[in-house]
Design a protein around this ligand. Structure first.
Ligand SMILES: Nc1nc2c(ncn2[C@@H]2O[C@H](COP(=O)(O)OP(=O)(O)OP(=O)(O)O)[C@@H](O)[C@H]2O)c(=O)[nH]1
Ligand SMILES: [Mg+2]
Length: 457
């Protein structure tokens, strides 16, 4: 099957300026000559040819096109390949693809999801980390995450892995040589532990940053919390600049939580408006809403905790504070336009360690403080971003690798350590790197990775 020539649309299916149909495999030039005119018999690679897609059976032109031919191995896939740019219209795209498959009934077929990249990987044009980052780059949800994934695509993570591999091979050789030549293998003079410190630190940082890097993709989860009727939904709508949540003077208005995405300097932030906490409620639906609020509070990354300056504080405020005090948070006192006497002092006395910002959502006062807080959360998450980031598969392999490297560096410190065992551990580490890079990755894992791609990638 891998010897088949494959074709697929590589741009999104829809109406637009250009659609690119990619073709890869031995029969790429045959296909071009069959359906496109005029074309020279011998095409110059990487040259753009203007022409027309023509259906030879019906002697009819289907569309105008520009075609570029890439000679193996100098193509994305490493095979003979071509890109046919036509006008982007689903009917034209379908007609051109059908034409190809009708004229070539054997050995030419539709590309499977991710097959172009899979072929690039199989032909050594990129390693598995790079291949994975193609899909991750395409699906990135923020420019920051896209940048990190582009770094991986360019090979920064792969180079780090290569360097580590070289180092381990070198250490392995030293150790194995000792096995052969030294009757009483003492490892004292081989400073393996020292040489492993730097890569271990890098693996550690990479793993520690993964959570923050994930935020760059998934977005930071911020919940607006507080008692009933303090003005949470009002703030939510103000932040979104949209009448999204229902606002009313009746306590217990919001029941289902409502989540919306905001972009702060290109950084995705998910804001959630939840039911106000009201322990005294006898309404079953409201109680269900409150249970969801508590779940959202437990799992979020940061909280905007809203107090009500128009009335006295009570135990519920304290209870909410206790739930969130370990989280990244902003305390705001809303409704200062109708501030109750003495309430500011009570709040300050109650939350001594916190700064409480006076706000009036109604009069749009100090909303900047809230957006500033969101920007600060975003900047903090961004501050932890490294050169590259890892996905779940890479993370679990790196965790394994870290354990093995730790074992090795611990064992070499012990004078009585068995060199054979250390050598074995180094081989294990090399194995893990091989899996990371796709050198010895099982076929089912490869299938899973590439099946997550779209057709045409
Ligand atoms: N005076 C004044 N009223 C406000 C302010 N912010 C909100 N309100 C009013 O307070 C009432 C409750 O507002 P909501 O935004 O629905 O409050 P909530 O916290 O979402 O309420 P629940 O969903 O019931 O928990 C509404 O009548 C708002 O108009 C403010 O800054 N000043
Ligand atoms: Mg509400």
């Amino acid at each position: 099957m891998e010897s088949d020539t494959v074709a697929a649309l590589s741009t999104p299916l829809g109406k637009g300026g250009i659609a690119v149909i990619r073709v890869s495999g031995d029969r790429a030039t045959d296909i071009l000559h069959e359906i496109i005119e005029p074309l020279p018999v011998k095409m110059t690679p990487r040259k753009a040819y203007h022409g027309f897609v023509r259906d030879p059976e019906h002697s009819r032109r289907i569309d105008e096109c520009v075609v570029v031919f890439y000679k193996a191995p100098h193509s994305y896939t490493g095979e003979d390949a071509a890109e046919i740019s036509i006008h982007s219209n689903p009917f034209i795209v379908e007609e051109v693809l059908n034409l190809i498959f009708r004229r070539f009934t054997t050995g030419v077929r539709n590309a499977l999801p991710g097959e172009f990249t899979y072929r690039a990987f199989k032909n050594g044009k990129m390693d598995l980390i790079q291949a994975e980052s193609v899909n991750e780059l395409i699906n990135a949800n923020s420019k920051y995450y896209a940048h990190l994934k582009f770094n991986s695509l360019e090979g920064r993570l792969s180079r780090f892995m290569e360097e580590l591999k070289e180092l381990l091979i070198d250490l392995g050789v030293r150790i194995e040589t000792k096995i052969e030549f030294d009757e009483d293998p003492s490892l004292a003079e081989v400073s393996i532990a020292g040489r492993l410190q730097e890569p271990l630190k890098r693996v550690d940082t990479l793993l520690a940053n993964t959570r923050f890097n994930d935020l760059l993709d998934k977005g930071l989860n911020v919940v607006i919390a507080g008692k009933v009727n303090v003005g949470k939904s009002s703030l939510f709508n103000t932040l979104l600049m949209e009448e999204r949540s229902i606002i009313s003077a009746t306590p217990g208005t919001t029941r289902d939580f409502i989540r919306e995405k905001l972009y702060i300097d290109g950084f995705p932030v998910d804001i959630t408006d939840v039911a106000g906490i009201n322990r005294g409620t006898e309404d079953d639906i409201e109680a269900q809403g409150i249970r969801r609020s508590l779940q959202k509070l437990a799992s979020c990354d940061a909280v905007i905790f809203m107090l009500d300056a128009s009335g006295p504080m009570d135990n519920t405020d304290q209870e909410i504070y206790d739930l969130i005090k370990k989280k990244k948070k902003l305390l705001i006192a809303n409704k200062i336009d109708i501030r109750a006497p003495g309430v500011t002092d009570t709040m300050a006395a109650c939350f001594k360690e916190e700064k409480i910002i006076d706000v009036s959502v109604k009069q749009h006062r100090n909303i900047d403080a809230v957006t500033g807080f969101l920007a600060e959360c975003a900047a903090e998450a961004r501050g932890k971003e490294g050169d590259f980031t890892v996905n779940r598969r890479q993370k679990s392999l790196l965790e394994e690798l870290r354990t093995v490297l730790q074992t090795v560096s611990r064992m070499v410190e012990v004078p009585s350590a068995q060199v054979e065992i250390i050598a074995e551990e180094i081989r294990r580490a090399l194995d893990i790197i091989g899996q990371l890079m796709g050198k010895i990755t099982p076929e089912d894992i490869l299938n899973k990775i590439f099946s997550e791609f779209c057709v045409g990638k």
